[in-house]
Design a protein around this ligand. Structure first.
Ligand code: B16
Ligand code: MG
Length: 214
């Protein structure tokens, strides 16, 4: 029986990719590296440092760890600045009512996001109180596909991993959820997320009656 729903943030509750794209494009331009919207797709669900490394690889640029850390910091400052434009209405349609329904049913809800800016984003969307717990990139050492972030969320919710379902838009996140011994609903395309227990196009489309069928 499912007792908890764990939501990835970026790409499941809201589209932050557009803001990441603005910041990464600005950095790539400064470095003289061509970076397209298609390239940006490869960064979804990937950690900040790995995202930078992918961009540097695109440009055939190799830098020291210190230089990379400085660039990642610079990108993050711009990202946070661009996030200032985010408004509560950007939460994906149907998500807020889904969260409310789950809680009414006594199902615990959590966010498990690789982003170190998760709290800021939840605050901008005015939904920080909609969750029993939030686990983010500042609290784990191993990035998805490692199951650490989901196992930590289950521990904080005091629920067994087998009683959790994860909503994830990234292939590495689906892998992480399954490795944690949880059920997983892929949010996006079945081609990329075929290893999930089910795939839906948008999180807001999920019907709580479907929890029984997992
Ligand atoms: P930050 P998620 C991920 O969040 C994003 O999908 C990914 O594009 C981003 O690079 C990563 O967070 C780190 O974000 O730079 O804000 O720490 O999908 O796990 O909610
Ligand atoms: Mg995501």
């Amino acid at each position: 029986m499912i007792k908890a729903c764990i939501f990835d943030l970026d790409g499941v509750l809201v589209d932050t990719a557009q803001y990441h794209f603005l910041a990464w494009s600005r950095l790539a331009k400064e470095l003289g590296i061509e970076f397209t919207a298609a390239d940006n797709e490869r960064l979804k669900g990937v950690s900040r440092m790995r995202s930078l490394e992918i961009i540097l690889e695109l440009g055939g640029v190799s830098l020291s760890e210190t230089e990379k850390a400085d660039l990642a910091d610079k990108k993050n400052k711009w990202f946070v600045e661009y996030l200032g434009q985010m408004v509560p209405g950007e939460i994906f349609p149907g998500v807020k009512s889904l969260l409310e329904r789950l809680r009414e049913m006594g199902i615990k809800v959590a966010v498990a996001s690789s982003s170190k800016n998760a709290e800021t984003v939840l605050g901008l969307l005015h939904i920080q109180d909609a969750f029993d717990t939030v686990v983010d990139g500042t609290m784990v050492t191993n990035a998805k596909p490692d199951p650490e972030i989901f196992l930590l969320a289950a521990r904080k919710l005091e629920v067994d991993p087998a009683e959790c379902v994860v909503f994830e838009d990234a292939a590495a996140g689906v892998e992480a959820a399954l490795a944690a011994g949880m059920k997983c609903i892929g949010v996006g395309s079945p081609t990329q997320l075929g290893h999930a227990n089910r795939v839906i196009a948008k999180a807001g489309e999920f019907k709580t009656t479907e929890l029984k069928e997992l």
